[in-house]
Design a protein around this ligand. Structure first.
Ligand code: PT1
Length: 263
């Protein structure tokens, strides 16, 4: 899963067109580089980020959706907690709703997914992006995250979403210390055992910066690739990444060595 952030456009109309062209070109490049899914989002959920309203997310996304003409070159997931944004994305050809609130913020988003036959990503987050890194505590982080995801998956199934269309995500960096993130990756099998495909997003995150002493996100490729391989080795089916080409290469080598029959 490649990442496409649709950031605020400039005031001038010319800037708006350039930003849209760049976003669509990046989406197409990730598809060519081997992404199976591109995750499109207009609200940052990194620690400390401010919320972006549903209407503002739609305003940012609309020119990108228009340029895709309902016929995207790759499966699209929409990274949003807002049902109105998810709805607009499904109309534009998206097939997966990536909801970092796991359907808690706007419960109707799960009914929408069921009605439209869309997939969902249900992620664990402690608190809200603005404050989630303020002293997060757990007694048993793996047990608590697995129990949360099991309950949210059961609810999604009750809403009518097919089990194979529900992906579970431990939410690396969402209200977790470095030790919590490491415990979740080490114990990922407990989430895999819930019986749904598992997605992990670790690309360029601060836990990698801490482990490698790389304060700049640009310097975290090696850490990101190592994290992606560790997640897949632990049973993840999907990794959410910025660097699609490099991750595809890393997984090609790893997959050739481990079990994937090619000869
Ligand atoms: C994720 C994810 C996401 N991450 C899913 N969606 C982000 N399903 C956005 C840091 O510590 O893991 N899974 N959508 C980005 N969020 C973060 C969180 C970015 C933490 C950076 C950090 O640096």
């Amino acid at each position: 899963m490649g990442i496409l952030n649709v950031t605020p456009d400039s005031f001038s109309d010319g800037g708006r067109h350039l930003a849209t062209d760049a976003a669509v070109a990046h989406l197409r490049a990730m598809a060519r580089a081997g992404a199976a899914i591109v995750d499109v989002g207009a609200e940052s959920t990194r620690p400390g980020a401010a919320r972006v309203s549903g209407p503002e997310q739609r305003r940012r996304l609309e020119p990108v959706f228009a340029a895709l003409r309902g016929d995207p070159p790759v499966a699209i997931s929409i990274d949003t907690t807002r049902a109105e944004v998810a709805e607009a994305a499904l109309v534009a050809g998206a097939s997966i709703i990536n909801d970092v609130s796991a359907g808690r913020e706007e419960p109707e988003i799960l009914d929408l997914a069921a009605e439209r036959g869309a997939g969902v990503v249900l992620m664990h987050m402690r608190g809200e992006p603005g404050t989630m890194q303020e002293d997060p505590r757990y007694d048993d982080v793996v047990g608590e995250v697995a129990a949360f995801l099991a309950a949210r998956a059961a609810h999604a199934r009750d809403c009518g979403i097919a089990p194979s269309a529900i992906m579970l995500d431990p939410g690396i960096g969402f209200g977790k210390t470095l030790a919590h993130n490491l415990a979740l990756l080490r114990g990922l099998s407990r989430i895999v055992e819930l019986g749904h495909p598992v997605l992990v997003g670790i690309s360029r995150k601060s836990m990698l910066g801490a482990l490698t002493d790389r304060p700049s996100v640009q310097d975290r490729l090696a850490g990101s690739l190592s994290g992606a391989l560790a997640a897949v080795a632990a049973g993840a089916s999907v990794v959410r990444v910025h660097d699609v080409r490099d991750t595809v290469d890393a997984l090609a080598v790893w997959g050739a060595i481990h079990g994937e029959e090619t000869a």
